[in-house]
Design a protein around this ligand. Structure first.
Ligand code: 6MZ
Length: 361
């Protein structure tokens, strides 16, 4: 599949972690700024950043290092801005960006001020139009091309936020994140994600917070089956989240349950192959789910950490599974139905795809 075509296709990104999506150049620049402070070892950090295949455990070590580099408000704002620009530049028309609100007393950061720094990042994007405040979008605006300036049509992107609960947190900390998400709904927070090192913690710790989120009308997505843990996978599917991410270590019984539940799956091909949670791309469960017409969406997970982008994930899927342009277009279009934003946004996105479909005829 032609990479240019994959890049030009309108796409939706529903599984992207902010701190996993930092540009390599920014990460190295931030690392250099820490040289001599005795906090990190630059050559070790550079080696880890440039390493290709990493086990899941190594990936989480890298996240701990990244966390050290991105602990102040201005860096959070900067990386948010860059991540939005990068997704928009490859024609992502809707992005659900997830991030774990963090408290850092040394820089007077609370979970709330962390999210405010993310929002500042969204507001500071100038190279593309960013629509992130619900009910503020003019429904005609998003798909009607603006007049070209110097031959360039301004790109537009819808952005919504998911607040992540890290599996290292306590029940109370998870509750605080959910309460924050509820307060921040007016600024485009639409849901809660459970993520973090899947070998750590027991997900029932977060169940009270996840149930509360759902009762209050927030959508929930869970990292499910990144490691073999049959009981947890079953319990997560029983919970019936609005979406799940990964779904790598599901047994026959889980597959049956998943398929009958129709819970959409966020598929992260490169991430799964690089962290060896699937043996190789040709045995990836995408094929089984796709053939079963199960709701699924291609995502990057951590475009920075895994040196990928959404267009590349589409190309990999097309090349690995023998899908043509029509199938890839429909795959992208179907994702509209699985977003957490409201029906107005869905309607606008359907129009985007309808107008592109017409131009393809
Ligand atoms: C589980 C993951 C992840 O939240 O600091 N994260 N959790 N599985 C994965 N697959 C490889 N990739 C990223 O972004 C980084 C955080 O997202 C979660 C981890 O908790 C990581 O620390 P934020 O913006």
């Amino acid at each position: 599949m032609n990479m240019e075509w994959c890049a030009s296709l309108p796409k939706l990104e529903l599984h992207a972690h902010l701190n996993g999506s930092i540009r390599d150049s920014t990460l190295l620049e931030l690392t250099k700024a820490f040289i001599g402070k005795g906090v990190i070892n630059f050559s070790e950090m550079e080696h880890i950043i440039r390493k290709y295949n990493r086990s899941l455990e190594e990936v989480f070590k890298l996240f701990d290092l990244i966390r050290i580099l991105t602990t102040d408000h201005s860096t959070v704002t900067r990386i948010t801005k860059e991540v939005i620009e990068d997704f928009a530049s490859e024609n992502v028309v809707y992005l659900e960006l997830r991030t774990t609100p963090k408290r850092n007393d040394s820089v007077e950061m609370s979970k709330r001020s962390y999210v405010e720094a993310v929002l500042k990042g969204l507001r500071s994007v100038t190279s593309v139009d960013v629509a992130f405040i619900p009910h503020c979008e003019d429904s005609d605006r998003i798909f009607t091309p603006l007049p070209a300036i110097n031959g360039h049509v301004r790109k537009r992107i819808f952005v919504r936020l998911l607040l992540s609960i890290d599996r290292r947190e306590t029940t109370e900390a998870a509750m605080e994140t959910v309460r924050l998400a509820l307060e921040m709904r007016q600024f485009g927070v639409v849901g809660i994600d459970l993520s973090g090192n899947p070998s750590i913690g027991d997900w029932t710790t977060y169940l009270p917070a996840l149930k509360f989120a759902r009762e209050q009308g927030l959508c929930v997505t869970l990292h499910c089956g990144e490691v073999p843990n049959s009981k947890e996978i079953k319990n997560m599917l029983d919970f019936r989240p609005q979406r799940i991410g990964h779904a790598c270590y599901l047994g026959d019984e889980h597959w049956r349950q998943l398929k009958s539940s129709k819970i959409p799956v966020e598929i992260c091909l490169t991430s799964n192959v690089r962290t060896m949670t699937v043996q190789s791309i040709d045995v990836h469960h995408f094929v089984d789910l796709y053939k079963a017409k199960h709701p699924l969406v291609l995502c990057t997970d951590d475009s920075g950490v895994f040196s990928t982008c959404l267009s590349k994930e589409y190309k990999i899927a097309a090349d690995s599974f023998g899908l043509g342009r029509r199938e890839m277009f429909e795959l992208s279009r179907n994702a509209v139905e699985y977003i957490f934003a409201d029906s107005r946004v869905k309607e606008d996105l359907r129009k985007v795809f309808n107008s592109v479909a017409k131009s393809m005829e």
